[in-house]
Design a binder for this molecule. Structure first.
Ligand code: UD1
Length: 427
């Protein structure tokens, strides 16, 4: 199995360019189901999650073609509304096919979604919303079927501003009869990118990026061209990596506004963050101050940066308190970081990170995508060698992570290791 091996202690210097946002491109790919004709999506990163959603689309009859960073998707030949292929269970975002299938074809059947093992992650808000739009929902043996003669606009209040539910309902409402008002919705930049894509296809969506979205249904949508926004979590991860390892790194192709909470916390930790015309420059001597962090829906501090910040704060001079309010059970990286010498205790949704003298390399396991990124950051600042197992999780969300970090001076590589004998093969 492949592992990432890092020799820690190298300072990082140079430039890293950010790819298109995973969490924007996945719903946009799902939304192509709504359109007649082809859509061209640009700046599509090479990620396992992108491959998974594309193969789900292919399995229902769509024609999906990749030309470098461009995807061309034609859904005219979709011949089934049952997206129940095996890989659907691998990724929670697969459930984003439900809204578009229901809107375009009046029915859909999906497996209960999988994804990172971070809490129970139900889809009740998606289903309540579909029901409010007039769908009948039937659950059986791990699958969910929805059916509607026609969807009719409604006023829907989300109990929690769920990103996925906001996206699924926006897509379903875009072809419903009349107006839908979605209240207490998520405000993430990826929601705005999806709304822009839908509007490019001819939808009438307004208010994306605020907590109230209005959608006036239209009978037909057409394929369009779209450039995906840069990935703010990928950017934040490399900002944290540079801050942790020390050095000077320019992070290019970012939208600075999307990174405000991460920038604020890095500055509080004593990192120099300079906003430049072509990116964000991080300067760090590796000496960090403790900070407290509470994850919140956007524009609050992103839960997808919690693990990486925790890794960084292991070396801060004092005690940091991290509260996770978005997901249950999103501290699985703590046990792995402890193997590297971290002093972290957790109680419920709170983790207390205390200063330690030394962080040392160890054999650790990526338990989910961002936990994997946290281990990479810990490995960069550790003494000695860190070996990360289960890197399939990291490949779900980081395009070229090893290459990007190597290019700024990290000693990081992928090895193929025989898990039985422990012998290394060249990857
Ligand atoms: C998206 C992101 C993920 C990010 C998360 C929060 C994608 C592909 N993934 O995931 O990277 O960590 O937003 O920023 O965009 N919930 C319910 N019922 C529901 C839906 C959600 O209780 O019907 C709960 C979840 O269990 C969780 C919280 O709401 O505790 C947030 O989930 P949500 O915002 O829906 O996250 P995702 O869309 O799955």
């Amino acid at each position: 199995m492949e592992r990432i091996v890092i020799q820690g202690g190298k300072r990082l210097n140079g430039k890293i360019s950010i790819d298109g946002a995973k969490n924007a491109v996945l719903p946009i790919i799902a939304a192509t189901i709504l359109a007649k004709g082809s859509s061209q999506i640009h700046e599509v990163p090479y990620l396992a999650d992108v491959n998974t959603i594309c193969s789900m689309l292919s399995s229902i009859g769509a024609v999906v073609e990749r030309r470098n960073k461009q995807l061309i998707i034609n859904t005219n030949l979709v011949n089934t509304t049952e997206a129940t292929s095996e890989n659907a269970g691998e990724m929670r975002a697969s459930f984003l096919l439900m809204g578009p299938l229901l809107a375009r074809y009046g029915k859909a059947k999906m497996l209960l979604p999988g994804g990172c093992a971070i809490g129970s992650r139900p889809v009740d808000l998606h289903l309540k919303g579909f029901a409010a739009l007039g769908a009948e929902i039937v659950m059986e043996h791990g699958s969910i079927a929805a059916h509607a003669e026609k969807l009719v606009g409604a006023r829907i209040y989300l109990d929690f501003p769920s990103v996925g539910a906001t996206e699924n309902l926006m897509m379903a409402a875009s072809m419903a009869e009349g107006q839908t008002i979605l209240e207490n919705v998520a405000e993430e930049p990826e929601i705005v990118d999806l709304a822009n894509f839908l509007n490019n296809m001819g939808a009438r969506v307004s208010g994306a990026g605020t907590n109230l979205i209005k959608v006036t249904g239209v009978p037909e949508l057409k394929g369009c061209n779209h450039v995906v926004i840069p990935d703010r979590i990928e950017a934040g991860t490399y900002m944290a990596a540079a801050a942790a390892a020390g050095g000077e790194v320019l992070i290019e192709n970012v939208i600075i506004d999307h990174l405000k909470p991460v920038v604020a916390k890095l500055r509080e930790a004593g990192v120099v963050v300079e906003e430049e015309a072509d990116g964000i420059r991080i300067k760090s001597d590796g000496i960090l101050q403790p900070v407290d962090i509470k994850t919140m829906p956007y524009p609050g501090f992103p839960t997808d940066m919690q693990a990486q910040m925790m890794a960084l704060l292991m070396r801060a001079e004092g005690t940091s308190v991290i509260s996770e309010t978005v997901f249950e059970n999103r501290f699985m990286h703590v046990d792995e970081l402890k193997k590297m010498g971290a002093n972290i205790s957790t109680e419920g949704h709170t983790a207390v990170v205390q200063q330690v003298e030394r962080i040392t390399g160890a054999v650790v396991k990526a338990t989910d995508l961002r936990a994997g990124a946290a281990l990479v950051i810990a490995g960069l600042m550790a003494e000695g060698v860190t070996e990360i197992k289960e890197i399939k999780h990291i490949k779900r969300g980081y395009d070229g992570l090893v290459e990007k970090l190597s290019s700024v001076g990290a000693d990081i590589r992928i090895v193929e290791r025989d898990d039985e004998s422990g012998a290394e093969r060249i990857a």
